[in-house]
Design a protein around this ligand. Sequence first.
Ligand code: SAH
Length: 302
Amino acid sequence: MKINSALKAGLHLRNRFNTRYDFPQLIACSPALAVFVKSNAYGDDSIDYANPLAVKALNQALLRQAYGLEHWDIPPGYLCPPIPGRSDYIHHLADLIAQRRGPSVRVLDIGTGANCIYPLIGASEYGWSFVGAEVDPAAWRWAQKMVAANPSVAGLIDCRLQKSATACFHGIIQPGEHFVLTLCNPPFHSSAEEATAGTQRKLKNLGGKKTGLNFGGKANELWCEGGELGFIRRMIEESAQFAGQCEWFTTLVSKSEHLPRLEQALRRVKATQVKIIEMAQGQKKSRILAWRFGSAEVRHPA
Ligand code: SAH
């Protein structure tokens, strides 16, 4: 048996998925993974990352092994998230709030998806409590059922349906409700066609065949009016109206060329603090944009 100890480049130090996977152990935890594990060209155990069923089985094994989450699943065709990358966002958020733990850290996930991955990881790692907002009713219902099926986190996660495609916080944040953090992995394409082409490209890069199977997510999960830039600019504008109810607003920004216009939008709404937190997963670079209004001292008197 090989010892998988090599660190994966760029991941957060507390990320428990930052070493190579120990497949025999994962299979012991989740036997359904076994059929997908093969020796790769270097003689190492691996799976075919272009096969959505293999990636789903790997995720199920990882979430079961790391957190005891027995019931993670996604409906056919929905976005299958890479767990190490999603986990990194959560750990960087923890650093932003000095690693505070427990359910009094209330977190809002905008677009939690059917996979509900950020609340599941955040509740398991730090005991934070979450509201997961989702605009797609089928994804929302799925996420709700899945959370209920996992007793270790069921009391910590509340999934809410967003009824407006153009709102992030309105209709979700209730009067008098407070959040320490908001987070978001925004839909990044600007049309359904672009989203479908992006999925096929991703699959091709992974060496997979063109297929009707939507590995990278349903096209309508991945696009919105104005693409990533439009979505985040709307979020920034709306955030100013919730300045007193959220300590930190954050979002992933997949394209660095969007940053100057987003920083301009943040100046317009008079955000008082802006941070850009770089992340890397192997070759893939991404970043978290975080902003706030007012200071920690005002919001959290000693
Ligand atoms: N958080 C998940 C899913 C991200 S995909 C993950 O990281 O894997 C983006 C999600 O945002 C989709 O599920 C889409 O339906 C949802 N979405 C799009 N606009 C939204 C809005 N205004 N409010 C809430 N969710 C939205």
